[in-house]
Ligand binder design. Sequence first.
Ligand code: C2E
Ligand code: CA
Ligand code: CA
Length: 279
Amino acid sequence: AKEKGKGRAQFYEPVLSGEILKRMAMEHALRQALPRGELYLVYQPQVCTKSEEIMGVEALLRWKLEDGRPVSPADFIPLAEETGLIVSIGEWVLRTACRQAADWERRGLPLFKVAVNVSPKQLVQNRFVQRVAAILEETGVQPERLVVEITEGIALLNTAETIETLQGLKKLGIEISMDDFGTGYSSLGYLRTFQVDSLKIAQSFISRITVGAEHEGIVRAIMAMADSLQLEVIVEGVETEQQLQLLKGIAECLVQGYYYYKPLPPEEVTAVLEKQAGR
Ligand code: C2E
Ligand code: CA
Ligand code: CA
């Protein structure tokens, strides 16, 4: 019995005291993050390479603990996905982003789009389209303003249902954007099947674009394909002048990256937009 006890201790201790406990603690805290008001959104502008104007923003979720410490989205979003908490959090994100869009609309700022990340778990939620329609109605936002960003992960879901949901969103007038294009199982077929309006070229292609000709070739190929399918392209993660110039030499597109703007609190976006509108 003594040996068994010893063995058990050896087995459980290193595991429980490490990652699992940390995860459990984070899950516990994440469950309370929404009611405690610890979640908020920042918005990253998307700039047209030709006009240099802001054409849209992407809403990005942030979490700050009571004591002010931020938790990285790379840590808590996967956890929210795994635990299913992303469904209620995601609905809050949609509502908050739409309220913000309505505020910008009221200020008479130039028409631009607000993109929201929607997890596959949300998409398969019961009556998702009706929920989104209700949020639009409640906030008074024009559906044309809203962009739903989906990932290639949706390809793993029940396709018929998913296509129906996306069609429902499109019928409302909402735009569908394929996020992180080129990193997963995306194919031309998916772009058609899911009827996307735009695609976002993943940061990993851009961060290395100046290093080798290979990535430049990939970006060129994606742009050419998007052009022939009449899809809008948003290039993510542009950080340097050199990357921007390379892109400008390929095609006109929207750029979302630190080179232009980091994700900003809503008041700062308002200020930038008012300046752009010449006020
Ligand atoms: P994403 O959708 O691909 O969002 C773009 C990420 O790239 C953001 O990270 C943004 O801050 C970062 N980024 C933008 N420009 C640059 C740049 O020039 N350089 C570098 N190095 N990074 C840049 P963030 O905010 O940490 O979000 C990470 C991921 O978390 C997002 O990736 C998205 O998949 C997920 N996420 C964020 N908010 C939400 C949300 O409300 N719902 C869901 N389901 N997922 C979200
Ligand atoms: Ca995104
Ligand atoms: Ca992305």
